[in-house]
Design a protein around this ligand. Structure first.
Ligand code: F6R
Length: 594
């Protein structure tokens, strides 16, 4: 049921390997964690707990896992069913001989559960996932494990990446995929499976990315992929894992988020290193088609900046649609002269993938902008541009937002034949930012003292920085848990001004450009009601109570520049409030459910 991370390993030290992999998947969820492994007696042992993988490690301290020759493990982000030990995965059948981990949602679980209950099965969780083990259990009465799992998985409707183990079949794990990601690899004496390539990249250079409708038999040194419906073999070509598959550590930083904010200048330069042919192809698609961006959250904010860039640099009007809303309007706008630009850091966001599938089915072309080579989005798009900025571990997107903007600058400029010029400018901006980071870090820390006690904060801007205000507010609220709103400065007087009173923090993103005079007027309106105004600008102004100074850059580069001090502001405020900015409550990095 949940949107989660799963790993599986078959070979020596399977439990330790599955657990090690699981640690790198915690960005997908960290409500609870669990593992099923083979004991030296050849039984399946399940250990699971509320909390993250370190909580699971504690619970496993007394267990002897050294003889485990297979294991499956899971880290959960709850959607249906509360966060409890019972709802944590793996789930077993009535006999405890079958164990299952699942990422996705089994939509017909209620019908399956009543059917199984009526035949005497006992359920020990509230999850949809538990039906899978019981279905396999029934089939095992008349067939072997592989056939029993095939028949069970055929009954499932919804989204899933599943790994299942059976103590009567210690040489094989089985897997199935529909909509949720699953990658497999095999080598000398082992085979492994995981929700993304990162856990696998340590022991393999390449892997098989399962496609929707695939069923796999995972054995030491061999992988076999079948069509789930027909049971016939399908060929899946191995894909070399990208450099982004190498797991990074925090180095000297207290949090990944801080490290990743400091990686912004490098992210700009890396995103600008695009393969010329792919960039030209993408630019041609933009020139020749109507364009709509489809994205969620921070990636949507980057897309909104992209809309301004396409407009002001490329002279092209385009729309940005929230991915989860796209299906409701697609009917009237999608046909074969439309280019959907799907922006998704993870390349796995279910809402984006669904939008892309709808667009493709109606003949539209799809350009993906993603950080993850080999992700679902990467594979289903007609053309893909990669952010190339390395894995982002902090749940709140920081360097990938900067990389998305950089790529959009480059794309908009390529559309009008100015790619090389923009590449040079981006390099300059990245050098300027390098010098600004320590100062923004310090001012963010100072202002956090003031903001940490506030019940709300308002972020305002105009033009291409309006999305920067939206993004500043999103970053702030998601890790500080303080209510925050971002809005077009001109909208304040249409309602939100009613919430501004003495001391209310207003963060005014206010470059000295063509939007300056009008934004300052809006700032004055808030100041007149007693707002505490933090101006974020390349130009001091007496209307600001505090200033976050930014360097003067070309007007269209301001969104890139402003995003970074706002990330520091959110980071320090979260830390002061004793929140873990890398793992905001209720959120996860890769949102693979709708
Ligand atoms: C916020 C954040 C999210 C993501 C959103 C889309 O900091 O990271 O809003 O931007 O969940 O994720 P991707 O880009 O992976 O599609």
């Amino acid at each position: 049921m949940p949107m989660c991370g799963i790993t599986g390993f078959i070979g020596n030290n399977a439990a330790a390997n599955a657990l090690e992999g699981l640690r790198t998947l915690e960005y997908r969820g960290y409500d609870s964690a669990g593992i099923a492994f083979a004991t030296k007696e050849g039984r399946i042992k399940v250990v699971k707990t509320v909390g993250d993988v370190s909580a699971l490690d504690k619970k496993l301290a007394a267990e002897d896992m050294s003889a485990s020759n297979f294991a499956i493990a899971h880290t959960r982000w709850a959607t249906h069913g509360g966060v409890s030990d019972a709802n944590a995965h793996p789930h077993t059948d009535c006999t405890g001989k079958v164990a299952v981990v699942h990422n996705g949602i089994i939509e017909n679980f209620q019908a399956l559960r009543s059917e199984l209950t009526s035949r005497g099965h006992n359920f020990s969780s509230e999850t949809d996932s538990e039906v899978i083990g019981h279905l396999i259990e029934e089939n095992l009465r008349t067939m072997g494990f592989v056939d029993a799992a095939l028949a069970a998985f055929r009954r499932l409707e919804g989204s899933y990446a599943i790994l299942a183990a059976y103590e009567g079949s210690p040489d094989a794990l089985v897997a199935a995929k529909n909509q949720s990601p699953l990658v497999l690899s095999a080598g000398d004496g082992f085979a492994a499976a995981a929700s993304d390539p990162v856990p696998l990249a340590k022991c393999s250079k390449e892997g098989l990315f399962l496609e929707d409708g695939d069923f796999a038999i995972i054995k030491k040194g061999s992988l076999e992929v079948l069509d789930l419906r027909t049971g016939k073999k399908v060929g899946r070509k191995p894909i070399v894992f990208g450099t982004g598959s190498v797991f990074s550590d925090k180095q000297e930083y207290p949090h990944f988020m801080l490290k990743e904010i400091y990686e912004a200048p490098a992210a700009i330069r890396l995103a600008a290193m695009q393969e010329p042919a792919a960039l030209e192809k993408a630019a041609r698609l933009v020139r020749e088609n109507r364009v709509v961006f489809v994205a969620c959250g921070t990636s949507r904010h980057a897309s909104l900046v992209g809309r301004y860039l396409f407009n002001r640099i490329g002279g092209k009007f385009c729309e940005v649609v929230v991915a989860s809303e796209f299906p409701y309007i697609a009917k009237n706008i999608v046909d074969d002269d439309l280019l959907v630009i799907a922006v998704s850091q993870s390349g796995e966001t279910a809402d984006v993938i669904e939008g892309v599938k709808i667009a493709k089915a109606r003949g539209a072309k799809v350009l993906a902008i993603t950080n993850v080579v080999g992700s679902s989005l990467d594979r289903i798009s007609d053309c893909a541009l990669h952010l190339n900025c390395g894995p982002e571990i902090g749940v709140a997107a920081t360097k990938t937002f900067v990389a998305q903007l950089s790529l959009l600058y480059l794309l908009a400029s390529t559309v009008v034949g100015k790619k090389d010029d923009e590449k040079r400018k981006l390099d300059e901006v990245s050098r300027i930012l390098e010098n600004s980071l320590p100062g923004w870090d310090a001012v963010g820390r100072k202002l956090s003292q003031r903001l940490a006690k506030e019940p709300a904060a308002y972020f305002i801007a105009r033009g291409p920085n309006f999305p920067t205000a939206l993004e500043g507010a999103l970053k702030f609220k998601e890790i500080t848990y303080i209510h925050a709103e971002g809005m077009a400065a001109g909208e304040l007087k249409h309602g939100t001004l009613a919430l501004i009173s003495k001391g209310t923090p207003v963060i005014a993103i206010c470059p000295n450009d063509y939007t300056h005079a009008e934004t300052i007027s809006n700032v004055m309106e808030t100041a007149a009601r007693g707002a505490f105004v933090i101006g974020c600008s390349d130009e001091p102004n007496s209307a600001f109570d505090e200033l976050i100074a930014v360097p003067k850059v070309e007007e269209h580069h301001f969104p890139l520049v402003f995003s970074i001090p706002l990330q520091f502001l959110a980071y320090h405020t979260a830390v002061l409030r004793k929140n873990n900015p890398d793992r905001p409550r209720n959120l996860a990095k890769s949102v693979t459910v709708k």
